[in-house]
Design a binder for this molecule. Structure first.
Ligand code: PMP
Length: 429
């Protein structure tokens, strides 16, 4: 089958795989190779990858590949045997986090990590009610669909269960509060839920530090501080989903939550930490980990296996050795100023936001009504793909261009992306 043409591959896939696996782009890509910030199709054409944040240090980064190969050839087994790799990885990881976040659990995906975070929170608080942000996505399991309004309120969804309470996403561009008091006003909604719950008890609050599928949103500076205080006051725990935003991506800080001066009780990690290898992790306080250690064993067959730990350690070391956080800040600042310059020339660009290599460009048909330019966003993404640049869309109306490249994305790549986007906006939109 490896010799099949692109259309044959598509037909075979349609026959053998579930129909709700989506395919990117009107003219799908058959990708056969990756190297750093580039992907290559079956004909050898190169694509600049400007949105796959999973390949954090770069597709097939040689250091990560080598670490995986060497460990695969030596040993790959589970956490029931002593081995130094898992301790080294946990020690490296916790060194990047505030001191209170000191106990690690390793699993195989962001979904598994969020599932485990919920179990930890429930074990610690003995409560179930959870506050989530509207439009949030936290993973693909049954429970995580329940806590992901993006899914349970969307096509095919059947709404939230009674223990899930969604509050407005603190979006200062499109949301209901946009002024200097927005942080407080959005936090009021959390406080309202807590008051309504009364003595029923709160398990916690979960949010991405910069909501991603919600539209590459930067929260008002004071929002999480106010929310965390209220949640803790009601006996709940605060969970930061850093699956998309951690590991230096936002440039200014290593972790998204740090940019608001807060410290969560549980941090959830995934995607970039394995650079494509399936790793998820939960890091929490000794106290919460203590409540979870209630006699029931926690075991994940593959979570924390030797190969995953070797890869995880190497990815983290690479992020630090290659100063990728500083790089993200420099390139991100440059991109923001170039995108803002495009905004001054094209009315369709309503908002440019984000930080480092986590950027969003919101497209609107009217800057007053903010009517989403959804079809235009789709057209742009497909035309960019035709020019060899891969972008995606995000946000409740799919009208936000997401720019979230592998971190080696450099100045030349940025210039190229801007030049092509400029040309498309001028001639096609
Ligand atoms: N949390 C967030 C914020 C995510 O974006 C995702 C995946 N898109 C997940 C959790 C789930 O991760 P996974 O797909 O690895 O299970």
């Amino acid at each position: 089958m490896s010799g099949q043409t692109k259309s044959e591959t598509l037909a075979t896939r349609r026959r053998l795989l579930g129909r709700n696996l989506s395919v990117a782009y009107k003219d799908p890509l058959k990708i056969v190779r990756g190297s750093m910030q580039y992907l290559y199709d079956e004909q050898g054409n190169q694509y600049l990858d400007a949105y796959n944040n999973v390949a954090h240090v770069g597709h097939c980064h040689p250091r990560v590949v080598r670490a995986a190969q060497e460990q695969m050839a030596l040993l790959n087994t589970n956490t029931r045997y002593l081995n130094d790799l898992i301790n080294e990885y946990a020690s490296r990881l916790t060194a990047t986090l505030p001191e209170s976040l000191s106990v690690c659990f390793f699993v195989n995906s962001g979904s598994e990590a969020n599932e485990l975070a919920l179990r930890l929170a429930r074990a610690h608080t003995k409560a179930r009610d959870l506050i989530v942000l509207d439009h949030a996505y936290h993973g693909n399991t049954t429970t995580l669909i329940d806590i992901s309004p993006y899914k349970h309120k969307g096509p095919g969804g059947s709404g939230p269960p009674s223990w899930v309470h969604s509050v407005p996403q603190p979006d200062v561009y499109r949301g209901q509060y946009r002024d200097g008091q927005a942080g407080e006003r959005y936090a009021e909604h959390v406080i309202e839920v807590i008051e309504e719950l009364g003595d029923d008890g709160l398990c916690g609050f979960i949010a991405e530090s910069l909501p991603s599928v919600g539209g590459q949103i930067v929260l008002p500076k004071d929002y999480l501080g106010l929310v965390y205080k209220a949640v803790r006051g009601a006996g709940g725990v605060c969970i930061a989903d850093e699956v998309q935003t951690g590991y230096g991506r936002i440039g200014t800080h290593f972790w998204g939550f740090e940019s608001y001066g807060v410290i969560p009780d549980i941090v959830v990690l995934g995607k970039p930490i394995g650079n494509g290898h399936p790793i998820g992790a939960v890091v929490t306080t000794a106290e919460i980990a203590g409540s979870f250690a209630n006699g029931m064993e926690f075991f994940s067959t593959f979570g924390g296996n030797n190969v995953s730990c070797a890869i995880g350690s190497e990815v983290l070391a690479t992020v630090l050795d290659e100063h990728l956080q500083t790089h993200a800040r420099q390139i991100g600042d440059h991109m923001l100023s170039r995108l803002n310059e495009l905004k001054s020339r094209y009315k369709i660009i309503g908002d440019v936001r984000g930080s480092g290599m986590f950027l969003g460009v919101e497209l609107v048909r009217d800057r007053e009504t903010l009517e989403p330019a959804t079809d235009e966003a789709d057209t742009i993404v497909n035309l960019m793909r035709g020019e060899g640049i891969l972008l995606g869309t995000d946000g409740p109306f799919h009208n936000v261009l997401k720019i979230r490249p592998p971190m080696p994305f450099d100045q030349n790549d940025a210039e190229r992306l801007i030049a092509v986007l400029d040309r498309i906006l001028k001639t096609n939109i």
